[in-house]
Design a protein. Structure first.
Length: 456
């Protein structure tokens, strides 16, 4: 439930094109291992008054490299401020980008990518005209890539997935997404209803065998994690609150959790783990907890997280707990996150490992101080139709010590927020869904997300 944090943020706004530099000659070996040739793709991905985002890919065309530093210089006073996928430093006009742990080894024809934020003078942002790899020149020509009139609020769709189904129009407050697959998610169905008002009764009802509909009434104070067994629907009556503890779905299946307020939990608010499947977490509110609001891990699958609000909280939603758990996680961790309100929540909105495809659509991101979405460890994440407002780092590849995943981003809306770092392909979405127009998502989500917005 707990992982190390990385914090280097991304600032950017609209998409632009890419400049490629190719070497023509051979390079000789130097101290750290230099390549015998290289290719560098440098792009101004987004630009806004006072700043821009750069993306760089270096490809080794020669002998294998173990540890690399790419160098270049700026001609117009640009200053790099933050980076991801590399450690970047600058002295005067000279910039050096050094590999991080996961991308230091470059085989012949191998590539490494990184990105950065930088400032510029709002008048001129010329591209670098030469690079060095491990202190050996790697030069070539460039073509202009800086947009003449960047528009910070214009969304730019990218990398459409032609194999995706045409969305139908199911009711948006009903079950949509991955939890509709694998036989669907019905929870306790038509089983008898039990109303609980204290921690002891709640613990017993959640842990009982058989199907059940459990209604929570009032505020229940508790601690630790309460085990939830299969075939349960857990519903909050008006104002229902769980304070101090969380719910643990471990190896069970077919669970629905709706219309509850969680606060002040001392571990996770909701933890889905150990190959738990068919879980729907909907219209809940989360605030001021210790660790994750909704963490999903250890081979769990077929989960929908919808219409929730997270505020006054740091670590929001972790998908996949460890870089070392691929054996259990690859082929699983398929989750849909839609119409959630990430209301100033700091990070992990979500942070994703391994899952493909993970679908984030029609979520509203407001003033997330750390980052919105991170795709790592070869995950495939579709970021679609979301609304980002005052978010410094909307989405990126890699996080902390975790290697990069893949992101396809399309039809998102940006207000005082950069377009993020996307790249690679994502598996197609197998279910039908209604995609709201991204520019309308703020009003739709703020009117409907969180506990108390539905009657159950």
């Amino acid at each position: 439930m707990r992982t190390a944090q990385r914090r280097m943020t991304l600032l950017a706004t609209t998409a632009a094109a890419t400049a490629t530099l190719l070497t023509a000659g051979l390079l000789t070996a130097v101290s750290a291992q230099a390549a015998a040739g290289c290719q560098v793709a440098y792009s101004v991905a987004s630009q806004w008054p006072g700043g821009f985002t750069g993306n760089v890919t270096v490809t080794n065309l020669g002998d294998p490299v173990s540890g690399w530093t790419l160098g270049w210089s700026y001609a117009a006073g640009q200053q790099v401020s933050q980076a991801w996928g590399a450690t970047v430093s600058q002295s005067g006009s000279q910039v050096s980008a050094t590999n991080v742990d996961y991308n230091g080894n470059l085989a012949t024809n191998g590539s490494a990518s990184f990105g950065f934020n930088a400032s510029w003078n709002n008048a001129s942002n010329p591209l670098p005209t030469s690079f060095t790899l491990n202190n050996v020149a790697c030069t070539g020509g460039t073509t202009p890539t800086t947009p003449a009139n960047p528009s910070p609020s214009t969304p730019t769709p990218s990398n459409p997935l032609p194999s995706d189904p045409v969305p139908s129009i199911p009711p948006q407050t009903g079950l949509v997404g991955w939890a509709t697959q694998n036989g669907g998610t019905t929870g306790g169905g038509g089983a008898p209803t039990t109303t609980v008002t204290n921690a002891s009764a709640l613990t017993s009802a959640l842990n009982a065998t058989g199907s059940a509909v459990i209604r929570v009434s009032g505020t229940i104070s508790c601690s630790g994690m309460l085990r939830v067994r299969s075939n349960k629907t857990i519903l909050g009556n008006s104002g229902a609150t769980i304070a101090g503890c969380g719910l643990n779905i471990s190896g069970d299946r077919n669970v629905i959790i709706r219309n509850l307020t969680f606060r002040d939990w001392n571990d996770d608010a909701i933890n889905v783990q150990e190959s738990a499947t068919n879980i729907w977490i909907d219209h809940n509110s989360f605030s001021n907890g210790y660790d994750g609001a909704v963490d999903i891990k250890r081979g769990s699958d077929f989960v929908t997280v919808s219409w929730n609000r997270v505020f006054n909280h740091d670590k929001t939603m972790l998908l996949g707990h460890s870089d070392d758990n691929g054996g259990q996680d690859i082929g699983h961790l398929r989750v849909s996150y839609h119409h959630n309100w990430f209301d100033g929540s700091n990070q992990r909105n979500p942070r994703v490992r391994f899952g493909n495809p993970v679908h984030l659509f029609n979520n509203y991101y407001r003033a997330n101080g750390g980052y919105g979405v991170a795709s790592t460890e070869n995950a495939g994440v579709l970021v679609e139709g979301n609304y980002f407002e005052n978010v410094r780092d909307t989405y990126h590849l890699g996080e902390g010590d975790s290697g990069p995943g893949r992101i396809v981003a399309r039809n998102n809306h940006f207000v005082n927020s950069p377009t993020g770092q996307a790249g690679g392909s994502v598996a197609s979405i197998p279910y039908s869904y209604q995609l709201d127009t991204a520019s309308n998502v703020k009003s739709i989500v703020t009117a409907g997300a969180g506990a108390g917005r539905i009657t159950v």
